[in-house]
Design a binder for this molecule. Structure first.
Ligand code: GYE
Length: 356
């Protein structure tokens, strides 16, 4: 159980390389000043697209016409989401787009309403981060019939008809789950006793919850000593993470490892673990996904042992895709974000450079 510390040093060098790659690709979100996460940013309505018969003016109009992007966000459930929202708002501003931003408060019905309203408003492009994977075909067909292209960011849909959207920009969540699992397999390769793992899942039915669970399960299956003894949703929030961890601690005498599908649930769980008189990171080994600043702080204090990075700074890539779609350029059907992994030691070193 103590061997995880040693391998951290060796892994650190490799992870530094991955981190450099991830940073190089994230593009940054611009100014770095902290604009409040508000709804309906960029509300000015310029360039209404009225065209005159004059060809010169028509060309100018089409060049200057401000692109309107309707974006339906999942909610404000986590530090990751806050950084993602800011990245999208900043990059839309930088690109000179009018952004109609709608917060769905983690409810699919709100997202469907927002998309229908974007269709009615005849926005140029609709982008959204689907809270869950299923149930989108009808509304996506409505957008298609209205001739409005749709871009998926962050989370995927399970629609069979991939012509319903232009591209999907986001992380490979199965791979993230595998990275979490691989680290654990390495730590416990000499285990002689059962290693009891509890899992805090993300929002039920969401792509990251489904995939992070699947990738992790696939890899830990190589060692039968690694046993997931309880797995429950904490809805990606701190409050739920704490609540569910409290219940896990009550129900199970011996918990060796916590795998939380995001930092926020892990941070909530840490509160529950400390309240129970246990030491997070020592009595219970903790693995999380995301790599937001608060996660990094906990990792640098040794309370989180391993973080799999998930990059929220999708704004620049999204705006580029929006521009390309409007310009009629070909966009790849899948754009994968590059990411790294961090031990406590890495986190200590990288904390000052963390952007979100
Ligand atoms: O990991 C979590 C957030 O969809 C990748 O959603 C995103 C996830 C992220 O609430 O913190």
């Amino acid at each position: 159980m103590k061997t995880w510390r040693k391998t951290g040093v060796v892994l650190a060098a490799a992870f530094m390389l991955l981190f450099a790659a991830a940073c190089g690709n994230s593009g940054g979100s611009g100014s770095g000043d902290s604009a409040p996460a508000s709804t309906n940013t960029g509300g000015e309505t310029q360039g209404s697209g009225q065209q005159s018969g004059d060809t010169q003016t028509e060309q100018e109009n089409s060049v200057n016409k401000k692109i309107t992007l309707g974006f339906s966000q999942v909610g404000a459930e986590s530090g990751w989401r806050t950084a993602n929202t800011k990245s999208i708002q900043d990059s839309a501003k930088e690109a000179g787009f009018e952004l109609k931003f709608s917060d769905a408060q983690q409810k699919q019905e709100n997202q469907i309403k927002a998309i229908r309203s974007f269709i009615q408003q005849k926005v140029d492009v609709i982008a959204f981060s689907p809270v869950v994977e299923s149930g989108w075909d009808t509304v996506l067909k409505e957008a298609k019939d209205a001739g409005i292209p749709v871009i998926l960011t962050d989370r995927a849909v399970d629609s069979k008809d991939t012509s319903l959207y232009e591209t999907f920009i986001g992380s490979d969540f199965v791979e993230e789950g595998r990275r979490a699992g691989q680290w654990l397999v390495d730590q416990y390769k000499d285990a002689t006793e059962d290693v009891n793992i509890v899992e805090l899942q993300g929002t039920t039915g969401s792509a990251p919850a489904i995939d992070r669970q699947a990738g992790f399960a696939e890899v830990i299956a190589s060692n039968p000593k690694l046993k997931v003894i309880a797995s429950q949703t904490g809805d990606f929030t701190r409050a739920k993470g704490k609540e569910v961890m409290q219940a896990f601690l009550k129900a199970h005498k011996k918990i060796d490892v916590l795998y939380a599908h995001n930092d926020d649930m892990g941070l909530g769980a840490i509160q529950a673990i400390e309240a129970a008189g246990l030491k997070p990171g020592e009595d219970i080994i903790i693995i999380t996904v995301d790599g937001v600043k608060d996660g990094f702080i906990a990792a640098s204090e040794g309370k989180i042992n391993f973080i799999v990075e998930c990059n929220p700074l999708l704004g620049p890539q999204l705006m580029q895709a929006v521009q390309d779609v409007v310009d009629g350029k070909e966009v790849p059907k899948r754009i994968v974000t590059e990411e790294g992994v961090f031990t406590s030691e890495d986190a200590k070193r990288e904390l000052p450079n963390r952007q979100y």
